[in-house]
Design a protein around this ligand. Structure first.
Ligand code: PDD
Length: 321
């Protein structure tokens, strides 16, 4: 065996020290993640490279906001998780009660990192686990990989909500099961990147001349005081925020309807909104470089966002889910 050179053995501890010391001093507190039954520091969370989520994108996920430590519309997210798991023929590794305990514990563990409001966003993912050999077909015995993490979130940037955002339209290049919240997001990634490269916050996807959804959001169009959104189906993700917007509109007697929306109607809209758990309700004020309506957030957006914020507060203080 070759002996280490004197220089190398002398240098090593000193290099490690020099590289590590500043890190340790400035290191932010480490977040805790859940992985396969354990709550562990994120740096210790490792999965095999044979995981089918890694090799095939063979898994599903959810993103759930939590306000004041309370999970927003958890039962709706867990129902959608079940639908996604059914869609890829993977058993749910946990009951709803178990999920509630896991995610609640995760939020508690990361509370110290979450700022004064304790607002966090939970990401959970279930994949079809690992197999000894790479093979497209399902392994005989599946032990799923179950992962969850939470990060602190803040309210949407007021500059964004005051001015609105730009969006572009793009052809929907995705597959035919977009109602499954699959981790296989390459088309969405490429579409969103195209938007970013054109200084836009979102790509609104068009299929067969109809508005479908955004690359990671649902879309609303306001026409003569009517709130319109495409009807659910396999071509789009049934957004939890979308459903809440419709519920709030109905509750407050704002005219709203699920309907097909042509690309032309999108371009002539008085207002356009995009919705998601992380972005809430964002007004789109520029579409493909053209002003939407007056080119600023419209009156119906100002109304709906107040109802949404009130709902969020009711989750925070525990009077609703
Ligand atoms: N995405 N459509 C797509 C394609 C999405 O990826 C999302 C959300 C939505 C909105 O769904 P919800 O209101 O339930 O968040 C619609 C999440 C936030 C993500 O992938 O990070």
């Amino acid at each position: 065996m070759k002996a280490p050179s004197g220089n190398a053995s002398l240098m090593k501890p000193c290099c490690i020290l020099n590289r590590r010391t500043p890190d340790l001093q400035n290191k932010p507190p480490m977040s805790t993640v859940y992985l396969n039954g354990k709550f562990i520091p994120i740096e210790d969370a490792l999965i095999p490279v044979t995981d089918r989520g890694f090799l095939f994108g063979d898994g599903v996920y959810e993103v759930i906001p939590a306000y004041g430590g309370r999970l927003f519309r958890l039962s709706h997210h867990l129902q959608r998780l079940q639908n996604s798991l059914d869609g890829i023929r993977l058993d749910n590794p946990h009951s709803d009660a178990e999920w509630k305990t896991i995610l609640g514990t995760l939020l508690e563990r990361n509370h110290g990192l979450a700022g004064t409001h304790n607002d966090q966003s939970v990401y959970l993912q279930v994949t079809r686990g690992s197999a000894a050999k790479r093979d497209h077909s399902f392994p005989e015995h599946v032990i799923p990989t179950v992962f969850a993490t939470s990060n602190s979130i803040t309210d949407p940037d007021p500059a964004v909500t005051e001015q609105g955002v730009a969006a572009i339209t793009l052809d929907d290049i995705r597959w035919q099961y977009c109602d499954i919240k699959a981790v296989t997001l390459l088309p969405n990634v490429l579409l969103r990147q195209q938007a970013v490269e054109q200084n836009a916050a979102e790509a609104i996807l068009i299929r067969n001349g109809l508005v479908i959804e955004g690359s990671s959001s649902n879309v609303f169009v306001i026409e003569n005081g009517n709130i319109l959104t495409p009807a659910k189906g396999p071509q789009m993700l049934p957004g939890i925020t979308r459903d809440l917007v419709l519920e709030l509109a109905e509750q407050h007697r704002l005219p709203c309807r699920e309907t097909g929306i042509s690309e032309d109607r999108l371009r002539e809209a008085d207002e356009i909104w995009i919705t998601s758990s992380t972005r809430e309700i964002i007004p789109v004020t520029l579409l493909d470089g053209q002003a939407v309506g007056q080119g600023s957030p419209g009156p119906l957006w100002k109304t709906i966002i107040e109802f949404y914020r009130a709902y969020k507060e009711s989750v925070r203080n525990g009077t609703t889910e």
